[in-house]
Structure formats: structure tokens, C-alpha cells
Design a protein around this ligand. Structure first.
Ligand SMILES: Cc1cc2nc3c(=O)[nH]c(=O)nc-3n(C[C@H](O)[C@H](O)[C@H](O)COP(=O)(O)OP(=O)(O)OC[C@H]3O[C@@H](n4cnc5c(N)ncnc54)[C@H](O)[C@@H]3O)c2cc1C
Length: 475
């Protein structure tokens, strides 16, 4: 929190330009404290051995999500640490440090792959990972060009001046100009990873758009243009999730941002940028973190639905059980796919124990769509109970008698029921809930294009062959 207080990112929000004091700004105050709490957990004597391990360079305790897995047990240790953070936010925080720590870990081990472009890039990646690990920096990333005209490539939009690109290169580094979207938690992060995402065709005009660099969030020329905050400054009773877990999203503007060469991990190699996450196994470790988080989230939804339906005596109806079964099936599917990926893990070519990609890829293709049913089910089973919701001021004020008398439920006192259903409302009806659904659908990329990539990379030949053999069978 002290580090963030001393930082001066340029943040446009609610009509003002903020250049400091982020930990005390109403839009960020609560989420900053939540993130600080996550880091404090690493110092809790009871969690220390799960959440941290001795640094390979200093011996100091550092976050387990930085640990390079060499064995199956290491993968499980990583998952157990990630689950502690995921449980703390009921799976609603998408950008806890472990997500990109996992990515940086995999990149830093892929020296030989970076050396195809320039051995210095591998060295830069390793040193950057070491710094982030030792200082426990919080990173976020921004990948996508602004949504202006998706039928046209970045190089052809606004005369090529829309998407962030390298406009100058000198002996010390490169200069970026243009914009990208989005950077979740950009205003509260230490570092911004400006990494490749959309597939580049590899034409010469794509070269300025192909790069991977890291920038401090308060670098001169960098601006975050935020959406409206969904933390409305209300207490935990009224907005149990929004008052704790509102991760801001921001468009990122690069107004001639200078990036020193030692912070450049790839420059001007469209083909290598296209393979950045797959060839290094970064996407596999990121997805391992994501399935851990979505396990926590699905467990939360199952617990919430159970308490809601039992509370109002609806749990015995068959269609209610059918809906709850849908969530149980989802939970067991996520856990099963993750376990399969861990069980079939193998060292990659850089000796990093790497979960089997196909089950994790199946999960990341399926969950974004599966999640959309959960708020729908909550709304269906919660019904008007999700609107019969006085605020804390009413429950503890003049409406107390009415709440106690008329909002009582089968197994819940009136105030207790209001507290539970306010949580459900924040999980399926509020602005916070809407953003959660959008986040689950899109944060990993467009599911349509992810499906295309999955089909393209999946080995279907044995299955084709079986059909061919059947067609040729005589008897
Ligand atoms: C809450 C939230 C947080 C996010 N946080 C981050 C973040 O921290 N960092 C980050 O980098 N990104 C982040 N993203 C952005 C995310 O990566 C994108 O939403 C995702 O990649 C899809 O891109 P898009 O939103 O620009 O959609 P578009 O590409 O504009 O798609 C819009 C529609 O057009 C269709 N479409 C567009 N182009 C094609 C095509 N070529 N082929 C087929 N269909 C097409 C899509 O299927 C979709 O239906 C976040 C998104 C959300 C919603």
C-alpha cells in the first residue's frame, strides 16, 4: 500500500485526472485494501508455508506462484497456494498476482525460445521475473487494440495510428504510441505488461505492432482511462462483493512512452509474438491458475444457491434440484479437468513441469459459456427475494420490526435473510454481477476465436483414422 501511495500513475476517472493518492481515492480505496490483505496472508504463520517458498536467489520467502514447478507435487503446491487467494475473494478477483506471476515464471524459463529472436530478450525476461518475484510486484496486462473496426487490421485503422505501436527506437529502447484495451486493475498495479494477443499476419506493416514489453504503471506518458466504478462506497452489508472486490478496468493510452531496452522481451517478430504464450507454456500455467479460481467461484455459487433455496424452503422442488445439479456438474467438470491436467503433466522442453494442455484448454473454452447460466439460475431460484431487499440502514433502523416479521424465511431470521440475499443480488443482479459475467466470458479472449484455435491445434487424426477404418471394414 505504501508503494502504491508513493506511485503516481495518471488515471482519468469520473471526470478528474488523478495522479497520486490512489489508496485513498474512493474508487480504489476498498480494492486496494483487499489486495493488501491478500499480500498480508503470505505473512500469516499458518499460511506461510503454503503461500511462500524460499527464493532461489536470496532465500527470502517469496510467493509460491513464482515457483518453477519441476515435479507433480510442485504443481499441486502451486494450486494449493492459488486456491487460498481464490477462496478469499470467492473467485471474483480475476487479476490477483498469481495469474501473471505464472505467466512470467513460464516465460523466464524459456530462454532458448526467446533466443530465436535475440538471446538478450531471454535474459531481459529472466531478470524482470526475478525483480517481480523478489519485490512481489503486482502486474497486469493489456493485449487488445481498441474496438474501432474489427474487420480491418490494426495497421489500417486511423492511418495506423490507433493501436499502440513502436514509433521510435533508439540505443536505449523503444517509444510506444497509441492505445490498447483493457487493463483490469491498471490503476492499482505496479507494472503493466504490454504483451502480444491478436494474431498478426506477419506482413512488414505488422512489425511495429509486434512486441512484448513491461512498463511501470506510473511511467511518463502512460494514461489509464477508467470506466465508472462499481464500488458505490456502500458497506459490506449492502454491497458485499462490490465493496470489496471491484477490480477497475481501463483503456490504456501510450502518449510516447519510452520503454528501456532491458524491459523489452520481444520486438518486431510477428510469428514469435503469435506463439508467445503457447511455445513458452505460459498459457498453460495461466490456465492452471484460472481453473483454480473458477473452482473457488463455482464452489461459492453452489454454497450460495444451497443456502438461498434451503432458507426459503424451495430446496425440495425437483426443478430447483435440477438447476443446482447443473452447478454441481460444472464444479466437478472444472475440478476433473484440472486434476486430469495435473495427473498427465510432463516436463516441457525447458524442464518445467507443465499440466496437460488439452483438458485445461477444454475448460477455458467451456467455462466462459457455462458461467453465464449461474447468474440466470440464481435469479430464477431467488426470484422476488432478490428485490425484497431493504438496505442495512433500514434493517437496523425504522424498518427493523417489519424486516423481522415479514422478511423472515423458513430457516432464516429476517435480517439474516436480507444479508444472504443481498450477497446473491450482488452475485447475479448488480452492476458488479454484470461485469463478472462479461469478465468470465471475455477475459481470456473471444470464445469464438478460442474455439477456432482449439479445433486447429487439437490432434483429431486418430479419430479420423478410426472412421476411415470403419468405412473400410468388410464384415
Ligand atoms: C471485464 C473485462 C476485463 C478485461 N480485462 C482485460 C485485461 O486486463 N487485459 C486485456 O488485455 N484485456 C482485457 N479484456 C479484454 C478481452 O481480452 C477482450 O474482451 C477479448 O479479447 C475480446 O475482444 P473484444 O472485447 O475487443 O471483442 P471484439 O473483438 O471487438 O468482438 C466483438 C464481437 O465481434 C466478434 N468478432 C470480432 N472480430 C472477430 C473475428 N476476427 N472473427 C470472429 N468474430 C469476431 C466477436 O466474436 C464478438 O462477438 C477484458 C475484457 C472484459 C470484458
Amino acid at each position: 500500500m505504501e508503494r502504491l501511495g508513493a506511485s503516481s500513475p495518471t488515471v482519468q476517472i469520473h471526470g478528474e485526472t488523478v495522479t497520486g493518492g490512489i489508496p485513498d481515492h474512493p474508487a480504489f480505496r476498498n480494492i486496494v485494501r483487499t489486495y493488501a490483505g491478500l499480500y498480508d496472508m503470505q505473512h500469516d504463520p499458518e499460511l506461510r508455508d503454503v503461500m511462500t517458498y524460499p527464493s532461489p536467489t536470496t532465500g527470502d520467502r517469496v510467493g509460491t506462484s513464482f515457483m518453477v514447478p519441476r515435479t507433480h507435487d510442485d504443481l499441486i503446491r502451486r494450486r494449493e497456494a492459488m486456491k487460498v487467494w481464490a477462496d478469499h475473494s470467492l473467485g471474483t478477483l480475476g487479476r490477483t498476482g498469481d495469474y501473471l506471476n505464472s505467466c512470467l515464471m513460464a516465460l523466464s524459463e524459456s530462454q532458448a525460445w526467446f533466443a530465436q529472436a535475440d538471446p538478450a530478450f531471454g535474459e531481459h525476461t529472466r531478470r524482470y521475473y526475478d525483480m517481480v518475484r523478489e519485490e512481489d510486484l503486482l502486474t497486469t496486462h493489456t493485449l487488445i487494440p481498441p474496438q474501432a473496426n474489427r474487420s480491418s487490421e490494426a495497421a489500417h485503422q486511423l492511418g495506423g495510428e490507433l493501436a499502440a505501436r513502436v514509433v521510435d527506437e533508439d540505443d536505449n529502447g523503444v517509444v510506444l504510441r497509441g492505445a490498447r484495451m483493457l487493463a483490469t486493475i491498471g490503476p492499482i498495479a505496479d507494472e503493466l505488461l504490454v504483451f502480444p494477443s491478436t494474431v498478426l499476419k506477419g506482413k512488414p506493416e505488422d512489425a511495429p505492432y509486434s512486441y512484448a514489453v513491461a512498463i511501470p504503471c506510473d511511467a511518463p506518458g502512460l494514461r489509464f482511462v477508467c470506466r465508472e466504478s462499481m464500488d458505490y462506497g456502500r458497506g459490506h452489508f449492502d454491497h458485499p462483493l462490490g465493496s470489496r472486490f471491484e477490480e477497475m478496468d481501463a483503456v490504456v493510452v501510450f502518449d510516447d512512452v519510452h520503454v528501456p531496452y532491458e524491459r523489452c522481451f520481444m520486438l518486431g517478430n510477428p510469428e514469435l509474438c503469435n506463439a508467445f504464450y503457447t511455445e513458452t507454456s505460459a498459457v498453460v500455467h495461466m490456465t492452471h491458475q484460472v481453473t483454480t479460481r473458477t473452482t473457488a467461484k463455482t464452489e461459492f455459487i453452489l454454497g450460495l444457491l444451497s443456502l438461498m433455496t434451503e432458507g426459503i424452503g424451495a430446496d425440495g422442488f425437483q426443478h430447483v434440484q435440477e438447476n443446482i445439479a447443473e452447478v454441481i456438474v460444472a464444479l466437478e467438470t472444472v475440478k476433473g479437468l484440472q486434476r486430469a491436467a495435473e495427473a498427465d503433466a510432463e516436463p516441457n522442453r525447458f524442464r518445467v513441469m507443465t499440466p496437460k494442455w488439452e483438458p485445461l484448454n477444454a475448460c477455458r473454452n467451456w467455462y466462459p459459456k457455462a458461467y453465464q447460466r449461474f447468474p440466470e439460475i440464481m435469479r430464477k431460484l431467488g426470484a422476488a427475494g432478490l428485490m425484497a431487499l431493504p438496505t442495512e440502514a433500514d434493517v437496523n433502523g425504522p424498518a427493523r420490526d417489519d424486516v423481522e416479521r415479514y422478511l423472515t424465511a423458513k430457516s432464516l431470521e429476517g435480517p439474516e435473510r436480507v444479508r444472504l440475499f443481498r450477497l446473491a443480488w450482488d452475485a447475479c443482479c448488480s452492476a458488479f454481477a454484470g461485469r463478472q459475467a462479461l469478465y468470465e466470458y471475455y477475459f481470456f479472449g473471444d470464445p469464438v476465436r478460442m474455439a477456432g484455435a482449439f479445433v486447429g491445434s487439437y490432434d483429431r487424426e486418430p479419430h479420423r483414422q478410426r472412421v476411415r477404418e470403419f468405412l473400410e471394414r468388410a464384415e
